[in-house]
Design a binder for this molecule. Structure first.
Ligand SMILES: C[C@@]1(CC(=O)O)C2=NC(=C\c3[nH]c(c(CCC(=O)O)c3CC(=O)O)Cc3[nH]c(c(CC(=O)O)c3CCC(=O)O)/C=C3\N/C(=C\2)[C@@H](CCC(=O)O)[C@]3(C)CC(=O)O)/[C@H]1CCC(=O)O
Ligand SMILES: NC(=O)c1ccc[n+]([C@@H]2O[C@H](COP(=O)([O-])OP(=O)(O)OC[C@H]3O[C@@H](n4cnc5c(N)ncnc54)[C@H](O)[C@@H]3O)[C@@H](O)[C@H]2O)c1
Length: 191
């Protein structure tokens, strides 16, 4: 069976510079899901025009938007770039320029021009689950995200907070801590 070999990491995007180029439907989708997961993400959106939906969400989150054409100089100090213009040549240029600067780049909806894929993301308080189908079926990713949003109880965060408090009380001895935490949580997997 083919395996998904992508490695998920949970980025602190509030302390990284993210650039989105494009202001249309696809740019909106990417910005919407980025801000849904990470409301304080440090993002700059640059495009020749913006939909009113994009302007509205940017305003709500204090996300700067800048009118203008893509230019290589925009990559200065960026850590992550998402290209979402409707001009495939421009998207390719963004990809090439980013690679030359070792910036992680995603050309939206174009798997072969992606260093990483955006995933389906479920957030319940401190708990976060990221979903990917290895780029095979974004619609299945969406359905799985909706499914987990429904079935994972909202109060899972209380469990997380309580386990954190208990963990604090066991700080001194590492192996005892692991033993106690394993003992306490063993039954969580038994139906
Ligand atoms: C998860 C999510 C995150 C996000 O966008 O933030 C995301 N796509 C979402 C939705 C969605 N995207 C598309 C549809 C229409 C139905 C369909 O085509 O299936 C729908 C469904 C809808 O809109 O309802 C169109 C589409 N997307 C890609 C292609 C190109 C191709 O597959 O070749 C095409 C065809 C373009 C065309 O027709 O030309 C490619 C990618 N889309 C990915 C992510 C990456 C793989 C993720 C994975 O590994 O599973 C990857 C590889 C790259 C990337 O963009 O990062 C978000 C759901 C968020 C949520 O709901 O929670
Ligand atoms: N809309 C869809 O459902 C869909 C589905 C699959 C693939 N795509 C592809 O995704 C890409 C984006 O689609 P969209 O629907 O968001 O397009 P769109 O027409 O809604 O928006 C395109 C955006 O790109 C900006 N842009 C164009 N050239 C630019 C440049 N040189 N510098 C800065 N900004 C520039 C425009 O100002 C605009 O904001 C296209 O390549 C499209 O073929 C779209």
């Amino acid at each position: 069976m083919e395996q998904n070999e992508l490695y998920p990491i949970f980025l602190k995007v509030s302390q990284l510079n993210v650039l989105i180029v494009g202001g249309g439907k696809v740019a909106y989708e990417k910005l919407h899901f980025l801000l849904k997961s990470s409301p304080h993400a440090k993002v700059l959106v640059v495009a020749k025009s913006f939909t009113s939906k994009l302007k509205k969400i940017a305003l709500k989150h204090n996300t700067p938007i800048m009118f203008g054409e893509y230019d290589k100089s925009l990559l200065h100090k960026q850590h992550i770039v998402i290209a979402a213009t409707n001009n495939s040549e421009v998207n390719k240029q963004i990809y090439t320029d980013s690679k030359a600067k070792n910036i992680l780049v995603n050309v939206a909806d174009t798997p072969k021009l992606c260093d990483f894929y955006l995933g389906g993301i479920v957030t319940k308080g401190n708990v976060k689950i990221a979903i990917s189908t290895n780029g095979k079926s974004p619609i299945l990713t969406k359905r799985l995200r909706q499914y987990f949003e429904e079935v994972i109880p909202n109060n899972i965060n209380e469990l997380t907070e309580n386990l954190d408090l208990y963990r604090e009380t066991l700080k001194d001895n590492f192996s005892n801590k692991v033993l106690q935490l394993n003992k306490l949580t063993k039954t969580l997997l038994i139906k």
